[in-house]
Structure formats: C-alpha cells, structure tokens
Design a protein around this ligand. Structure first.
Ligand code: HEC
Length: 136
C-alpha cells in the first residue's frame, strides 16, 4: 500500500469515527444518504410530489410522525399547508431507533422548532406507530 493510500484510508476511518461520536453529524449524514434524494438537501421537497420537511410549522411537535414515516413508510393523501400530496414513501427498515432519533434531531434542529428528541421518546413513538402514516 502506498503512503498516500494509507493516509486516505486512515482519514476515512477517522471520518467515520468522528461521525459516530457526534449525533448531529450522524443525523446529517443519514439524512443526506436516506432522505435528500427525495426531500432535497435543503428539505424543500419537490413540487406536488414530495412534501417539504423544512416547514417549521408543519413538523412542530411531530417527532412521532417523522419516526413512523421512516419506519413504516407513508401513503395516502396528505394536506400540508394547503398543498395536497398523494404519493408513496417506502419504509426504511434498516434504520434503527437511535439513527432515526438522530435524523429527527437533524431535521428539527436545522429547519424545525429546535426541540431535542431523546432516544426513549422516539423508541416509544415507534412502538406506537399504527401502520403507514396517511392510513391513520
Ligand atoms: C424515494 C423517495 C423518498 C425518500 C428516500 C424519503 N421520502 Fe419521505 N416522503 C416521500 C413521499 C413521496 C412522501 C409523501 C407520501 C404521500 O403523499 O402519502 C413522503 C412523506 C414523508 C413524511 C410525511 C409528510 C411530511 O412532510 O410530514 C415525512 C415526515 C417524511 N417523508 C420523512 C422522510 C425522512 C426523514 C426520510 C429519510 C429517512 C424520507 N422521508 C425519505 C418520499 C421519500
């Protein structure tokens, strides 16, 4: 292995380590990987197809809704700030409770009401998901 390659892999592991040790950064990285394709990096969504996540009023006090959306997916008609969405979001079952908590905190801290969700609160919310959001 060349020195340059070693340095690259070392910095990659340091990078991974740094991410894991900071929940906000983990939330941001997970958001970029799992959500931004559809909801956009700035959380603005896409026209009438994908709802925004950066509207602070809409997601205020809705940590449970975000948690269940990620775990179970979303379908059916949604009316968000006068705009109607009737599309489908697949469940993302690979994300565990802690990862979901970190994503929610990233969303709420960056665009939302700034409230801080704790793991136990999100764990409880996830146990209470009734099924697909939109079918409630
Ligand atoms: C493949 C595209 C796609 C991905 C990836 C995706 N979503 Fe969605 N999401 C949607 C669509 C489409 C809807 C609207 C579904 C409907 O109309 O019923 C939605 C709805 C939602 C809702 C409920 C509506 C709202 O605005 O409150 C939340 C919350 C949400 N997504 C959060 C997330 C989060 C967090 C992630 C990443 C972990 C994510 N989504 C990943 C497409 C996606």
């Amino acid at each position: 292995m060349t020195v340059a390659l070693r340095l690259v892999s070392l910095s990659f592991f340091l990078f991974l380590f740094a991410c894991q040790s900071n929940p906000y950064q983990q939330g941001e990285i997970l958001y970029v990987n799992f959500c931004s394709n559809c909801h956009m990096t700035d959380g603005s969504g896409l026209q009438n197809l994908i709802p925004p996540l950066n509207n602070s009023d809409y997601l205020k006090n809705k940590n449970n809704v975000i948690a269940c959306a990620i775990r179970n997916g979303v379908s059916g008609e949604l009316n968000i700030d006068g705009k109607v969405f009737n599309n489908e979001m697949e469940a993302i079952p690979v994300l565990n409770n802690i990862e979901i908590t970190n994503i929610i905190n990233y969303i709420q801290y960056t665009w939302g009401d700034g409230t801080y969700a704790q793991n136990p609160e999100i764990k409880k919310a996830l146990e209470g998901c009734a099924g697909r959001y939109g079918t409630y």
